[in-house]
Write a protein that binds this ligand. Structure first.
Ligand code: HMG
Length: 464
């Protein structure tokens, strides 16, 4: 049975911090953000927004765009790592907000939960909901999977430059107009790790930045190796001698904690795949140096990171490799378009991968590329840690969903925050009744209960 994404909507808060202002305030070279990490702007939530609002706004948009009523939705899942409660699931808040528009009790028939595994949980939610449809349980209804997060790090920390906020709502069904998932190839890798985690009660994560970068690469590579095995075993892809699985994937979307992580990950995966092919000899000649090997090739991530000679040589190798015509060709044709939206918005944790997907669709369509039949690969990563690699093919009716996509229009009139305003919001100095923007046709947070019997109860309103 065909299962896939029928349509998707993006909601991003309109406040942002500019990379240059931020760099000046923190005494960092702006080029580190703009060229080194690929960050121009970071979206920031207003004082009357939380991750549930972002999620509900994305859901409302996708339902309104497709003229769906609650009866058309059988499952509503929220994947997030910005949970509001240890027990009450975020999809219940979202249903409460949607029922303000569609009527009390209108989603009563609908099921769903909140899913958590850092940034990868949205991909698990898509997979599980696809299987609900494949199992024939959906009775023709859609599953609505929404990924929503606020990426927030400590003031002055090295992660602070990689913040952002937003949500992507995706409609799944058995006759998708946008993308049909390839069956039986979804692959995962998992390991108990502490690269990035947020203990109970702490608003910001504890992060081992360089460790997390390397773990991301290793986990995604492991999942890709298994994807390759499954794709060959199921005859989905039959690489000929000297070819690799990546030759058969037209677009690669990767989890983007910052835009340049997509470049980094592509270089790592392509090196891993090409190394075993005859083309590698020519690449090594173009690069002009041998591929470096760590002193202890079987060592831990810590030992590799501590091997400064290897790290420097490897950075030099990657820099030269990224300049080869062969890599440039893969980068421009398969990845470049997915990175554009992330530059303007920042890390959306669970939603970052899908913002990248959305970015590819919009910017390739604008270039006039015919996407029908193109295979999209997805490399999802969540700290803690797990990766998932899967793929799908663009459907003949995709233009119905893609033709009106316009990130600039959807972002609307954005307000650039002064560093002072940004820090006030960051440090929770403003209450929901002190927003910096006038909300229009969107859900907002009105109040959070403080009395013992109603502590933590959140009230929302649809601002007309
Ligand atoms: P850092 O130590 O601040 O930066 O950490 P750096 O020294 O690694 O520099 C970053 C890049 O800028 C480097 O490029 C520098 O060369 C370059 P690269 O070598 O990587 O190609 N650079 C410059 N370029 C031009 N002009 C300059 C300049 N200076 C330096 N003057 C880090 C960066 C991302 C680690 C940090 O910001 C951080 O800890 N962020 C949060 C964690 C994170 O995003 N990790 C990513 C992988 S884990 C993940 O994706 C999961 C996550 O989304 C959470 C989840 O799953 O829930 C985070």
């Amino acid at each position: 049975m065909a299962v896939g994404i029928d349509d998707l909507s993006l909601y991003v808060p309109r406040l942002y911090v500019d990379a240059e202002d931020f760099a000046n305030a923190r005494g960092i070279d702006a080029a580190k953000l703009q060229r080194g990490l690929g960050i121009e702007q970071m979206a920031i939530v207003d004082a009357n927004q939380d991750p549930a609002c972002l999620a509900a706004n994305a859901c409302l948009q996708v339902m309104q765009k497709n003229k769906l009523s609650p009866e058309d939705i059988g499952r509503l899942y929220v994947a997030t790592e910005s949970a509001l409660d240890e027990s009450k699931a975020m999809n219940s808040y979202v249903i409460g907000m949607l029922e303000q528009v569609y009527g009390s009790g209108s989603f009563q028939h609908c099921g769903g939960i909140e899913c958590k595994f850092a940034c990868v949980s949205g991909s698990y939610a898509l997979y599980d909901n696809s299987n609900w449809i494949r199992a024939g349980e959906s009775e023709g209804k859609h599953a609505l999977v929404v990924v929503s997060d606020i990426a927030k790090y400590d003031l002055g920390s090295s992660g602070e430059v990689t913040q952002g906020a937003g949500a992507v709502a995706m409609l799944l069904n058995d006759s998708p107009r946008l993308l049909e998932f390839d069956p039986k190839v979804t692959s995962t890798s998992i390991k108990n790790e502490y690269d990035f985690y947020r203990p109970f009660g702490k608003e910001t994560p504890i992060v081992h930045g360089q460790y997390s970068n390397m773990l991301y690469l290793i986990q995604v590579k492991n999942a890709l190796v298994d994807y390759e095995r499954k794709a060959v075993a199921t005859n989905l892809i039959k690489p000929k001698d000297g070819e690799t699985i990546l030759d058969y994937i037209d677009y690669i979307n990767m989890h983007l904690p910052y835009s340049n992580m997509g470049k980094k990950a592509l270089a790592y995966l392509v090196r891993h795949e090409w190394r075993k092919t005859p083309r590698w000899t020519k690449i090594i000649q173009s690069v002009g140096m041998d591929e470096p090997v760590p002193k202890d090739p079987r060592g831990t991530i810590e030992s590799v990171l501590a091997d400064t000679e290897f790290m420097q040589k490897d950075a030099e190798f990657t820099k030269r490799f990224a300049k080869t015509e062969e890599y440039q060709d893969v980068y421009e044709s398969k990845v470049a378009s997915s990175l554009l939206a992330s530059r303007m918005i920042g890390n959306l944790y669970t939603a970052s991968l899908y913002l990248g997907f959305r970015s590819t669709l919009e910017f390739e369509f604008q270039k006039g590329v015919d996407l029908e039949g193109k295979r999209f690969g997805f490399a999802s990563y969540g700290s803690g840690s797990s990766a998932m690699v899967f793929s799908g093919v663009i459907m003949p009716e995709y233009k119905e969903a893609v033709k009106d996509m316009n990130i600039e229009v959807e972002l609307g009139q954005r307000k650039k925050l002064s560093l002072d305003e940004y820090e006030q919001i960051h440090e929770n100095k403003l209450t929901p009744d002190q927003p910096l923007l006038n909300a229009q046709k969107e859900f907002i947070l009105v109040d959070i209960g403080t009395k013992p019997e109603s502590r933590g109860e959140r009230r929302y309103r649809f601002a007309e």
